[in-house]
Design a protein around this ligand. Structure first.
Ligand SMILES: NC(=O)c1ccc[n+]([C@@H]2O[C@H](COP(=O)([O-])OP(=O)(O)OC[C@H]3O[C@@H](n4cnc5c(N)ncnc54)[C@H](OP(=O)(O)O)[C@@H]3O)[C@@H](O)[C@H]2O)c1
Length: 324
Protein backbone atom coordinates (compact mmCIF):
# COMPACT_ATOMS: atom_id res chain seq x y z
CA UNK A 1 0.00 0.00 0.00
CA UNK A 2 1.00 3.65 -0.28
CA UNK A 3 1.81 5.64 2.84
CA UNK A 4 3.47 8.90 3.81
CA UNK A 5 6.73 8.08 5.59
CA UNK A 6 8.78 10.21 7.95
CA UNK A 7 12.28 8.82 7.32
CA UNK A 8 14.02 11.42 9.48
CA UNK A 9 12.65 13.95 11.97
CA UNK A 10 12.26 17.40 10.50
CA UNK A 11 9.94 19.76 8.63
CA UNK A 12 7.00 18.59 6.46
CA UNK A 13 9.12 18.86 3.29
CA UNK A 14 11.05 15.75 4.44
CA UNK A 15 7.97 13.52 4.26
CA UNK A 16 7.86 11.08 1.32
CA UNK A 17 5.12 8.99 -0.29
CA UNK A 18 6.35 5.38 -0.26
CA UNK A 19 5.26 1.82 -0.93
CA UNK A 20 5.08 -0.08 2.38
CA UNK A 21 3.74 -3.45 3.58
CA UNK A 22 0.00 -3.73 4.27
CA UNK A 23 -0.66 -3.68 8.02
CA UNK A 24 -1.33 -6.93 9.90
CA UNK A 25 -4.16 -7.29 12.34
CA UNK A 26 -3.65 -8.76 15.83
CA UNK A 27 -6.08 -9.84 18.53
CA UNK A 28 -8.68 -7.16 19.23
CA UNK A 29 -7.57 -5.07 16.26
CA UNK A 30 -9.09 -4.13 12.90
CA UNK A 31 -7.69 -2.71 9.68
CA UNK A 32 -9.38 0.32 8.11
CA UNK A 33 -9.27 1.09 4.40
CA UNK A 34 -8.61 4.81 4.77
CA UNK A 35 -10.90 6.99 2.63
CA UNK A 36 -9.95 10.29 4.29
CA UNK A 37 -7.40 11.37 6.89
CA UNK A 38 -7.66 14.50 9.03
CA UNK A 39 -4.64 16.82 9.24
CA UNK A 40 -3.90 18.06 12.75
CA UNK A 41 -1.40 20.41 14.34
CA UNK A 42 0.07 17.67 16.58
CA UNK A 43 1.17 15.88 13.35
CA UNK A 44 3.55 18.81 12.71
CA UNK A 45 5.04 18.34 16.18
CA UNK A 46 5.33 14.55 15.84
CA UNK A 47 7.39 14.65 12.62
CA UNK A 48 9.74 17.21 14.17
CA UNK A 49 10.20 15.17 17.36
CA UNK A 50 8.57 17.93 19.45
CA UNK A 51 5.37 16.12 20.51
CA UNK A 52 4.92 14.63 24.00
CA UNK A 53 4.94 11.20 22.32
CA UNK A 54 8.26 10.54 20.51
CA UNK A 55 8.51 8.09 17.60
CA UNK A 56 11.72 6.88 15.99
CA UNK A 57 11.71 7.09 12.15
CA UNK A 58 10.70 5.52 9.91
CA UNK A 59 7.02 5.98 10.79
CA UNK A 60 3.80 7.21 9.20
CA UNK A 61 2.13 10.21 10.85
CA UNK A 62 -1.63 10.80 10.95
CA UNK A 63 -3.89 10.74 13.98
CA UNK A 64 -7.39 10.70 12.52
CA UNK A 65 -9.01 8.63 9.76
CA UNK A 66 -12.35 7.57 8.35
CA UNK A 67 -13.02 4.57 6.11
CA UNK A 68 -14.37 1.03 6.01
CA UNK A 69 -13.29 -1.95 8.08
CA UNK A 70 -11.19 -4.13 5.74
CA UNK A 71 -10.44 -7.02 8.12
CA UNK A 72 -10.78 -7.85 11.80
CA UNK A 73 -8.42 -9.74 14.10
CA UNK A 74 -9.30 -12.55 16.51
CA UNK A 75 -11.77 -11.60 19.23
CA UNK A 76 -13.30 -8.60 17.46
CA UNK A 77 -17.09 -8.83 17.80
CA UNK A 78 -18.06 -5.15 17.80
CA UNK A 79 -17.19 -4.48 14.12
CA UNK A 80 -18.06 -6.09 10.80
CA UNK A 81 -16.05 -6.03 7.57
CA UNK A 82 -17.33 -3.17 5.40
CA UNK A 83 -18.61 -1.11 8.36
CA UNK A 84 -18.00 2.64 8.14
CA UNK A 85 -15.87 3.91 11.03
CA UNK A 86 -13.65 6.76 12.20
CA UNK A 87 -10.65 6.34 14.46
CA UNK A 88 -8.15 8.45 16.35
CA UNK A 89 -4.68 6.89 16.41
CA UNK A 90 -1.25 7.67 17.82
CA UNK A 91 0.12 7.61 14.23
CA UNK A 92 -0.20 5.78 10.89
CA UNK A 93 -3.25 7.53 9.42
CA UNK A 94 -1.58 9.10 6.37
CA UNK A 95 -1.85 5.79 4.48
CA UNK A 96 -4.19 3.68 2.38
CA UNK A 97 -4.71 1.29 5.32
CA UNK A 98 -4.17 1.46 9.05
CA UNK A 99 -4.57 -0.98 11.95
CA UNK A 100 -5.99 0.10 15.33
CA UNK A 101 -7.65 -1.44 18.40
CA UNK A 102 -11.28 -2.17 17.46
CA UNK A 103 -12.60 -0.72 20.72
CA UNK A 104 -11.23 2.73 19.82
CA UNK A 105 -13.17 2.88 16.51
CA UNK A 106 -16.32 4.98 16.27
CA UNK A 107 -19.09 3.53 14.03
CA UNK A 108 -20.24 6.35 11.76
CA UNK A 109 -23.80 7.60 11.42
CA UNK A 110 -25.14 7.72 7.83
CA UNK A 111 -25.25 11.51 8.08
CA UNK A 112 -21.43 11.79 8.09
CA UNK A 113 -19.51 11.25 4.86
CA UNK A 114 -15.87 10.13 5.02
CA UNK A 115 -14.35 13.56 4.39
CA UNK A 116 -16.25 15.20 7.24
CA UNK A 117 -15.88 12.13 9.48
CA UNK A 118 -12.09 12.37 9.16
CA UNK A 119 -12.31 15.95 10.41
CA UNK A 120 -14.66 15.19 13.30
CA UNK A 121 -13.35 13.22 16.29
CA UNK A 122 -10.17 15.01 17.32
CA UNK A 123 -11.27 18.63 17.29
CA UNK A 124 -14.83 18.09 18.55
CA UNK A 125 -13.69 15.49 21.09
CA UNK A 126 -11.09 17.94 22.42
CA UNK A 127 -13.32 21.01 22.39
CA UNK A 128 -16.34 19.37 24.07
CA UNK A 129 -14.14 17.79 26.75
CA UNK A 130 -12.51 21.20 27.31
CA UNK A 131 -15.71 23.26 27.47
CA UNK A 132 -17.79 20.77 29.44
CA UNK A 133 -15.66 18.56 31.71
CA UNK A 134 -12.81 21.06 32.22
CA UNK A 135 -14.53 24.43 31.81
CA UNK A 136 -18.11 23.65 32.94
CA UNK A 137 -19.32 26.27 30.49
CA UNK A 138 -22.88 27.38 31.36
CA UNK A 139 -25.60 28.85 29.13
CA UNK A 140 -25.36 32.63 29.14
CA UNK A 141 -21.66 32.69 30.02
CA UNK A 142 -19.09 34.42 27.82
CA UNK A 143 -16.57 32.20 26.03
CA UNK A 144 -13.39 33.65 24.49
CA UNK A 145 -11.72 31.41 21.87
CA UNK A 146 -8.14 31.98 20.64
CA UNK A 147 -6.97 30.61 17.28
CA UNK A 148 -10.70 30.59 16.62
CA UNK A 149 -10.52 29.88 12.87
CA UNK A 150 -8.25 26.85 13.40
CA UNK A 151 -9.24 23.22 13.95
CA UNK A 152 -9.87 23.08 17.70
CA UNK A 153 -10.69 26.81 17.85
CA UNK A 154 -13.56 26.68 15.35
CA UNK A 155 -14.85 23.53 17.06
CA UNK A 156 -14.92 25.48 20.35
CA UNK A 157 -16.77 28.36 18.65
CA UNK A 158 -19.43 26.00 17.26
CA UNK A 159 -19.82 24.03 20.50
CA UNK A 160 -19.82 27.19 22.61
CA UNK A 161 -22.88 28.37 20.69
CA UNK A 162 -24.57 24.95 21.01
CA UNK A 163 -23.96 25.06 24.77
CA UNK A 164 -25.66 28.47 24.96
CA UNK A 165 -22.66 30.75 25.48
CA UNK A 166 -21.93 34.17 24.01
CA UNK A 167 -18.82 33.52 21.91
CA UNK A 168 -15.98 35.96 21.24
CA UNK A 169 -13.64 34.64 18.52
CA UNK A 170 -10.03 35.87 18.37
CA UNK A 171 -7.87 35.31 15.27
CA UNK A 172 -5.11 36.98 13.28
CA UNK A 173 -6.85 38.48 10.24
CA UNK A 174 -10.18 39.69 8.92
CA UNK A 175 -10.77 36.70 6.60
CA UNK A 176 -10.41 34.32 9.54
CA UNK A 177 -12.71 36.46 11.68
CA UNK A 178 -15.36 36.46 8.94
CA UNK A 179 -15.08 32.66 8.82
CA UNK A 180 -15.70 32.56 12.59
CA UNK A 181 -18.75 34.83 12.30
CA UNK A 182 -20.12 32.58 9.55
CA UNK A 183 -19.85 29.69 12.00
CA UNK A 184 -21.69 31.43 14.82
CA UNK A 185 -19.25 33.73 16.65
CA UNK A 186 -21.11 36.66 18.23
CA UNK A 187 -18.11 39.00 18.40
CA UNK A 188 -14.59 38.97 16.97
CA UNK A 189 -11.16 40.30 17.90
CA UNK A 190 -8.17 40.67 15.58
CA UNK A 191 -5.46 39.91 18.15
CA UNK A 192 -2.60 40.70 15.77
CA UNK A 193 -3.93 44.23 15.22
CA UNK A 194 -5.70 45.10 18.49
CA UNK A 195 -5.03 44.51 22.18
CA UNK A 196 -6.79 41.27 23.17
CA UNK A 197 -7.10 42.48 26.75
CA UNK A 198 -8.61 45.87 25.84
CA UNK A 199 -11.07 44.41 23.33
CA UNK A 200 -12.32 41.71 25.74
CA UNK A 201 -12.75 44.40 28.38
CA UNK A 202 -14.76 46.56 25.96
CA UNK A 203 -16.92 43.67 24.73
CA UNK A 204 -17.76 42.46 28.25
CA UNK A 205 -18.35 45.81 29.94
CA UNK A 206 -15.16 45.31 31.98
CA UNK A 207 -16.30 41.94 33.38
CA UNK A 208 -14.02 39.65 31.37
CA UNK A 209 -14.66 36.20 29.89
CA UNK A 210 -16.02 33.36 32.03
CA UNK A 211 -14.20 30.71 30.02
CA UNK A 212 -11.19 31.04 27.70
CA UNK A 213 -10.42 28.22 25.24
CA UNK A 214 -6.72 28.63 24.45
CA UNK A 215 -4.95 26.39 21.91
CA UNK A 216 -2.31 29.07 21.14
CA UNK A 217 -0.45 30.06 24.38
CA UNK A 218 2.69 32.03 23.59
CA UNK A 219 2.55 35.83 23.83
CA UNK A 220 -1.22 36.02 24.39
CA UNK A 221 -1.11 34.24 27.77
CA UNK A 222 -0.73 37.42 29.83
CA UNK A 223 -3.77 38.94 28.11
CA UNK A 224 -5.76 35.74 28.72
CA UNK A 225 -5.07 35.99 32.45
CA UNK A 226 -6.07 39.65 32.46
CA UNK A 227 -9.24 38.84 30.48
CA UNK A 228 -10.65 36.28 32.94
CA UNK A 229 -13.83 37.21 34.81
CA UNK A 230 -14.28 36.52 38.54
CA UNK A 231 -14.47 32.68 38.82
CA UNK A 232 -13.10 32.42 35.26
CA UNK A 233 -11.68 29.22 33.77
CA UNK A 234 -8.69 29.37 31.39
CA UNK A 235 -8.56 26.15 29.39
CA UNK A 236 -4.95 25.48 28.44
CA UNK A 237 -5.30 23.32 25.36
CA UNK A 238 -2.18 23.82 23.24
CA UNK A 239 0.74 25.99 22.27
CA UNK A 240 0.37 26.53 18.52
CA UNK A 241 2.07 29.92 18.96
CA UNK A 242 5.29 28.12 19.89
CA UNK A 243 6.15 29.19 23.44
CA UNK A 244 4.77 27.53 26.57
CA UNK A 245 3.79 30.44 28.84
CA UNK A 246 4.69 30.79 32.53
CA UNK A 247 1.74 31.76 34.75
CA UNK A 248 1.90 34.38 37.54
CA UNK A 249 -0.23 32.51 40.10
CA UNK A 250 -1.23 35.70 41.96
CA UNK A 251 -3.49 36.72 39.05
CA UNK A 252 -5.50 33.51 39.41
CA UNK A 253 -5.79 34.08 43.15
CA UNK A 254 -7.06 37.63 42.74
CA UNK A 255 -9.88 36.53 40.43
CA UNK A 256 -10.84 33.30 42.16
CA UNK A 257 -9.96 31.86 38.76
CA UNK A 258 -8.65 28.51 37.55
CA UNK A 259 -6.16 27.48 34.88
CA UNK A 260 -7.27 24.03 33.73
CA UNK A 261 -5.19 21.68 31.58
CA UNK A 262 -6.93 19.92 28.71
CA UNK A 263 -5.49 16.60 27.45
CA UNK A 264 -8.16 14.84 25.40
CA UNK A 265 -6.00 11.80 24.53
CA UNK A 266 -5.51 10.99 28.22
CA UNK A 267 -9.19 11.66 28.96
CA UNK A 268 -10.15 9.07 26.31
CA UNK A 269 -7.81 6.49 27.88
CA UNK A 270 -8.74 7.22 31.50
CA UNK A 271 -12.46 8.00 31.19
CA UNK A 272 -13.64 6.11 28.06
CA UNK A 273 -17.31 6.05 29.02
CA UNK A 274 -17.48 9.83 29.47
CA UNK A 275 -15.80 10.22 26.09
CA UNK A 276 -18.38 7.93 24.45
CA UNK A 277 -21.15 9.97 26.11
CA UNK A 278 -19.59 13.11 24.61
CA UNK A 279 -19.65 11.51 21.15
CA UNK A 280 -23.31 10.56 21.53
CA UNK A 281 -24.03 14.28 22.00
CA UNK A 282 -21.74 15.29 19.13
CA UNK A 283 -23.23 12.79 16.66
CA UNK A 284 -26.78 13.80 17.71
CA UNK A 285 -25.99 17.48 17.00
CA UNK A 286 -24.45 16.48 13.65
CA UNK A 287 -27.42 14.30 12.64
CA UNK A 288 -29.79 17.14 13.53
CA UNK A 289 -27.90 19.44 11.15
CA UNK A 290 -26.58 21.64 13.97
CA UNK A 291 -22.88 20.69 13.74
CA UNK A 292 -20.70 20.12 10.70
CA UNK A 293 -16.88 20.09 10.58
CA UNK A 294 -15.71 23.00 8.41
CA UNK A 295 -13.50 21.17 5.90
CA UNK A 296 -12.06 23.95 3.76
CA UNK A 297 -9.55 22.02 1.66
CA UNK A 298 -8.72 18.46 0.61
CA UNK A 299 -5.34 17.26 -0.71
CA UNK A 300 -4.18 14.06 -2.38
CA UNK A 301 -2.19 11.88 0.05
CA UNK A 302 1.05 12.76 -1.75
CA UNK A 303 0.60 16.41 -0.69
CA UNK A 304 0.55 15.70 3.07
CA UNK A 305 3.68 17.83 3.51
CA UNK A 306 1.98 20.79 1.81
CA UNK A 307 -1.06 20.45 4.09
CA UNK A 308 1.14 20.46 7.18
CA UNK A 309 3.08 23.45 5.83
CA UNK A 310 -0.22 25.33 5.36
CA UNK A 311 -1.05 24.69 9.04
CA UNK A 312 2.38 25.84 10.19
CA UNK A 313 2.19 29.04 8.11
CA UNK A 314 -1.28 29.87 9.58
CA UNK A 315 -2.83 29.72 6.09
CA UNK A 316 -5.47 27.13 7.04
CA UNK A 317 -8.99 27.81 8.23
CA UNK A 318 -11.11 25.06 9.74
CA UNK A 319 -9.98 21.56 8.85
CA UNK A 320 -7.73 20.12 6.14
CA UNK A 321 -8.22 16.54 4.93
CA UNK A 322 -6.04 14.12 2.91
CA UNK A 323 -7.58 11.76 0.37
CA UNK A 324 -5.56 8.52 -0.06
N1 LIG B 1 -4.90 19.34 24.55
C1 LIG B 1 -5.39 18.52 23.65
O1 LIG B 1 -5.97 17.48 23.96
C2 LIG B 1 -5.21 18.91 22.21
C3 LIG B 1 -5.95 18.28 21.19
C4 LIG B 1 -5.78 18.74 19.86
C5 LIG B 1 -4.87 19.76 19.59
N2 LIG B 1 -4.15 20.30 20.62
C6 LIG B 1 -3.18 21.37 20.40
O2 LIG B 1 -3.91 22.55 20.14
C7 LIG B 1 -3.13 23.41 19.31
C8 LIG B 1 -3.98 23.85 18.13
O3 LIG B 1 -4.38 22.73 17.37
P1 LIG B 1 -5.35 22.96 16.12
O4 LIG B 1 -5.66 21.62 15.58
O5 LIG B 1 -6.45 23.86 16.49
O6 LIG B 1 -4.34 23.72 15.15
P2 LIG B 1 -4.64 24.70 13.89
O7 LIG B 1 -5.85 24.23 13.16
O8 LIG B 1 -3.37 24.81 13.18
O9 LIG B 1 -5.02 26.08 14.61
C9 LIG B 1 -4.10 26.72 15.44
C10 LIG B 1 -4.31 28.22 15.36
O10 LIG B 1 -3.28 28.81 16.15
C11 LIG B 1 -3.00 30.10 15.66
N3 LIG B 1 -1.54 30.36 15.70
C12 LIG B 1 -0.95 31.36 16.36
N4 LIG B 1 0.38 31.32 16.20
C13 LIG B 1 0.64 30.28 15.42
C14 LIG B 1 1.84 29.74 14.88
N5 LIG B 1 3.03 30.26 15.16
N6 LIG B 1 1.77 28.63 14.08
C15 LIG B 1 0.56 28.06 13.83
N7 LIG B 1 -0.62 28.53 14.30
C16 LIG B 1 -0.58 29.64 15.10
C17 LIG B 1 -3.53 30.17 14.23
O11 LIG B 1 -4.59 31.12 14.24
P3 LIG B 1 -4.31 32.67 13.96
O12 LIG B 1 -3.53 32.79 12.69
O13 LIG B 1 -5.68 33.20 13.86
O14 LIG B 1 -3.56 33.17 15.17
C18 LIG B 1 -4.13 28.79 13.96
O15 LIG B 1 -5.36 28.87 13.28
C19 LIG B 1 -1.87 22.65 18.94
O16 LIG B 1 -0.82 23.04 19.79
C20 LIG B 1 -2.26 21.20 19.20
O17 LIG B 1 -1.15 20.41 19.51
C21 LIG B 1 -4.30 19.90 21.90
Amino acid sequence: MKAIVCRELGPPEKLVLDEVADPGCGTGEAVIRVRAAGVNFPDTLLIEGRYQMRLQPPFTPGAEVAGEVLKTGPGVKSLAVGQRVAAVLPSGGYAEQVCAPAQTMLPLPDSLDFVHAAAFPLVYGTALHALDQRGQLQPGETLLVLGAAGGTGLAAVQLGKLLGARVIAAASNEAKLGFCRNHGADETINYERDSLKQRVKALTGGRGADVIFDPVGDRWAADCLSSLAWNGRWLITGFAGGTIPQIPANKLLLKGAAAAGVFWGSFVAREPQKNLDNFKRLFAWQAAGRLQPPVTRTYPLAQAGQALRDLLERRATGKLVLLP
